[in-house]
Write a protein that binds this ligand. Structure first.
Ligand code: AMP
Length: 436
């Protein structure tokens, strides 16, 4: 079977040129499945999460179907894309910019937490595509700054997250303000019953596309766990970062407070780090992301919500400084590395109180995570408190691993490099090799 190109899917030349400039050669599965149906004008229910290429899957057909000659509605938009967070909205805006660079279409992104003046101004002249978070859009609609009566396409991105964040009523009010005859798309990583209901309400005979990236993504990621006393996590992180191959690293914490503390600590030791979490202003978050994206900050310390939808390419390592209590969050987190088919490395710190989280994660991902001993970095300390069951105790020098040369930092290596024999001497699973 030959692999399809974007042109084979029906994507027009100016868009293909923009994709080629991004070095996108092959459509991802969600793109291959969605683009032809969306180009025909069908509604779509997409079960997929960030990292699958879903943004391009809906942005490309939208751009292609918009007639550049058509009039833009006064105070309105021809396409409305709703996203749960500012970060995701901004990223969708950036994708529109990138893929639509050879077209003359106007778009704008609006979200809360900033002055509305510029958003009102952008809407006043009318736009082709409006990307918005629900709260601010509804606010502007109520003030009569936004009029969606001419919109012909609606996209709900990360619908499950939108509902989790309490946007259901806002979303419903916005949908009610759009014409009934329109093309509607709904993307969600999960399909609980409230999403099923919402989909049934707003979609008309949709094509259902399902991409389950977790297994594939997780398989491409070299996952390690280090059992460590909670008090020594900071020291361990700093020592791990002696390895220059950890060049673009996201560190996840559970709380905002911890994110701040870790980034301050890293800065003190001379490692350029930025923190991103819900207590930071939009400007501060954007600055932090830019610093990280451009490589000025080597480490981004983030909480789960803040990191949602962040799209930075070339992340070499994800460090779970604290394990999430939701195992699904672990998959989301480590999916920040190994984007779009690349491989990556995820390192998790686990203290005694987090063992149950680790077990839930292993149950979800259906495989044990390789244990690496902390002795390389923290000396000959046993990290597991006395009284733990023997099988919870980490191997002293990694499981069946080759002895590490003392005095040299253990390298977690380049993502994808030397994956044939992961450190610690573990054999690759058949699934892993197949995924490469
Ligand atoms: P998304 O799931 O939309 O957040 O996309 C995940 C990442 O994959 C983004 O960095 C995209 O730029 C990238 N991407 C999307 N489609 C492709 C493709 N066909 N080839 C290579 N990279 C892609």
């Amino acid at each position: 079977m030959t692999t399809k190109t974007f042109a084979d899917l029906g994507v027009a030349e100016p868009l293909c040129r923009a994709l080629a400039a991004q070095n996108y050669t092959t459509p991802t599965p969600i793109q291959a499945q969605s683009i032809p149906a969306l180009l025909e004008g069908r509604d779509l229910l997409g079960l997929a999460q960030t990292g699958t290429g879903k943004t391009a899957a809906f942005v490309l057909p939208i751009l292609q179907r918009l007639d550049p000659q058509a009039k833009r509605p006064h105070k309105g938009a021809r396409v409305v894309i709703l996203a749960p967070t500012r970060e995701l909205a901004i990223q969708i805006g950036q994708s529109i910019e990138t893929y639509g660079r050879n077209l003359k279409l106007r778009h704008t992104v609006i979200f809360g937490g900033v002055n509305q003046f510029r958003q009102v101004k952008a809407l006043a002249g009318g736009v082709d595509i409006l990307v918005a978070t629900p709260g601010r859009l509804l606010d502007l609609m109520n003030q009569r700054h936004a009029d969606l009566r001419q919109a012909s396409v609606l996209v709900l991105d990360e619908a499950d997250r939108m509902l989790d964040m309490g946007f259901i009523h806002d979303v419903k009010k916005i949908v009610a303000a759009l014409p009934k005859t329109r093309q509607s798309l709904l993307f969600s990583a999960t399909m609980p019953s409230n999403i099923e209901h919402l989909a049934a309400e707003i979609l008309n005979d949709p094509v259902r596309v399902e991409v389950r990236p977790e297994v594939i993504t997780v398989d491409k990621i070299d996952q390690r766990v280090l059992h460590v006393d909670g008090k020594r996590k900071r020291e361990l992180l700093t020592k791990l970062l002696d390895d220059s191959e950890m060049s673009r690293v996201i560190v996840f914490t559970r709380t905002k407070h911890c994110a701040n503390r870790v980034s301050e600590q890293l800065e003190k030791t001379g490692i350029a780090a930025e923190a991103i979490h819900g207590n930071k202003s939009q400007g501060a978050r954007q600055r932090a992301l830019d610093q990280f994206r451009t490589g000025k900050a080597r480490v981004l310390v983030a909480t789960d919500i803040a990191a949602r939808g962040i799209d930075v390419t070339g992340i070499t390592h994800v460090v779970n400084y604290e394990l999430p209590n939701e195992p699904e969050s672990y998959v989301h987190r480590i999916g920040r590395t190994a984007r779009a088919g690349k491989s990556g490395i995820a390192i998790s710190f686990c203290d005694a109180s987090e063992r149950s989280h680790l077990r839930s994660i292993e149950k979800l991902t259906k495989r044990p995570i390789t244990v690496v001993a902390t002795t390389e970095w923290l000396g000959d300390q046993v990290a597991v408190p006395a009284g733990e069951p023997a099988d919870a105790r980490p191997a002293r020098n990694g499981p069946r691993g080759p002895r590490h040369q003392p005095g040299k930092p253990r390298r977690f290596g380049k993502p994808g490099a030397g994956r044939g024999r992961p450190q610690g001497g573990q054999k690759q699973s058949r699934r892993q090799s197949a995924a490469q």
